[in-house]
Design a protein around this ligand. Structure first.
Ligand SMILES: Cc1ncc(COP(=O)(O)O)c(C=O)c1O
Length: 427
């Protein structure tokens, strides 16, 4: 299987290049030839080119190759959770004429979510400050459209989720990377501070963190709040914080969770049910405003949220997902089983000499590729039907990510290949 596409070779990937701030429409036609495609769409396409190549090159599901061991993306490899199926079945049965009417942010789910968020995060959320969205994707997009004007800058973590940048490009905003500490993968507050310019409008943080599995504690948020407060004073306008929390309920070893929404008032939280339900094809999430945010700012953002969601293409969850919110509260993947798979893989890989980050949360495992070239490592494994995600897509070409949603069977089948790959035999 071919993994060594032009998009995955070298460390200046299209993704990384575009992330560095350069306007980059790589698919632009030669001069003189008109394209029907807008510059903004081409810029977003430039950001996703590498992802599309990877999806095309790597198996997402076992059906394509029954022997495949699939560790690439956060997709289910086993039958869906019964609790999810039951909730969807129950919600599909109409109980009123408007059961399947247009759904914006329905009162019942947002009231329920405000209560559950308050309990979970320890600050009192108000129902009208919770907007229901089609997953975290839509919540992130809505947040960027709410907060940025064309040319405004948004600081994103590196490594970090590979779709912040395309969503930003589509919003005509500019992604600016702030590298995490390359050894501990802690948030480097000096790097965040240095990335802030007079055009900065938003800083994005993600905990539990994709791809490293790091979970950041309250002391980090207090320190970040200080940096953002000082930087806001320095540049003369308020910097907002977007806390991307879709893995909030997937944590190991009893690790606690703290949201920056309880530490920095100008925080917006985005959440998705796609991870905890392991059903990313069923879109449900929300964007919530910190109750610590001054009421005038919240009122302004609240008033603009429905128009933005409508204008972006009615990016609300579908009716059945909205009706299911309460029933889904107690449904979730088996975190103990994920933890056991983490232990199995961390133990085996470490024993063979891999440099592995022991994840505290998420369903990912992040490690340095033997030999230092993750694209070559992934290509070698793919020839043996083991599919991993090379880190070039995160701007880290020497690392790779494994998704722990792979089945036990897949893990067992992949272990001999991982053992052999430890000596980088392709070199
Ligand atoms: C860090 C992070 N944020 C946001 C998302 C988007 O989540 P969803 O597709 O459930 O909306 C993902 C999905 O992979 C993610 O890893």
């Amino acid at each position: 299987m071919e993994l060594d596409t032009p998009a995955t070779t070298g460390n200046r990937t299209p993704l990384a290049g575009a992330l560095s701030g350069a306007a980059s429409p790589p698919a632009a036609p030669p001069p003189g030839e008109a394209s029907p495609v807008s510059a903004r769409a081409l810029a977003a396409a430039g950001e996703t080119a590498e992802l599309e190549a990877l999806i095309a090159a790597t198996g997402l599901f076992q059906e394509a190759d029954p022997d495949a061991a699939i560790f690439t993306f956060g997709n289910p490899q086993e039958m869906p959770l019964q609790g999810l199926v039951d909730a969807l079945r129950a919600s599909a049965e109409p109980r009123s004429a408007d059961w399947y009417a247009y759904k914006a942010s329905d009162e019942a789910p947002r009231t329920f979510l405000a209560r559950s968020l308050s309990q979970e995060l320890g600050v009192e959320f108000e129902p009208h400050d919770v907007a229901l969205t089609a997953g975290a994707f839509a919540a992130i997009s809505v947040a960027f459209h709410l907060l940025t004007d064309p040319g405004d800058e948004v600081v994103i973590p590196k490594p970090g989720w590979f779709l912040y940048a395309p969503v930003l490009r589509q919003a005509l905003a500019v992604p600016v990377e702030a590298s995490l500490d390359p050894v501990t993968w802690d948030i480097d507050l000096d790097a965040v501070d240095a990335a802030i310019t007079p055009r900065t409008r938003v800083v994005v943080v993600n905990s539990p963190h994709n791809p490293t599995g790091r979970v950041y504690g309250p002391e980090v948020w207090d320190a970040l709040a200080d940096v953002l407060e000082r930087a806001s004073q320095r540049i003369g306008r308020r910097i907002y914080l977007l806390s991307d929390e879709p893995y909030r309920r997937i944590r190991f070893d009893g690790t606690g969770f703290a949201s920056p929404a309880a530490h920095y008032p100008w925080t917006l939280i985005d959440y998705s049910y796609g991870k905890v339900l392991l059903a990313p094809g069923q879109r449900l999430g929300y964007l919530a405003l910190s109750p610590l945010m001054p009421e005038a700012d919240r009122a302004a953002l609240r008033a603009a949220t429905f128009p933005v969601q409508a204008a972006l293409g009615w990016v609300f969850p579908e009716a059945i997902m909205q009706h299911s919110v309460e029933a889904l509260e107690t449904v979730g993947l088996d975190v103990a089983e994920l933890e056991a798979k983490r232990d199995l893989l961390v133990g085996a890989l470490t024993g063979w000499g891999y440099d592995v980050v022991r994840p505290e949360g998420t369903f990912y495992l992040w490690a340095a590729a033997p030999g230092g070239d993750a694209a070559a490592f992934a290509a070698w494994l793919a020839e043996r039907s083991v599919h991993v995600l090379p880190g070039g897509i995160f701007g880290q070409p020497a690392h790779f990510r494994l998704c722990l949603t792979a089945t036990r069977d897949m893990i067992e089948r992949a272990l001999p290949a991982f053992e052999e790959a430890a000596t980088a035999p392709w070199r």
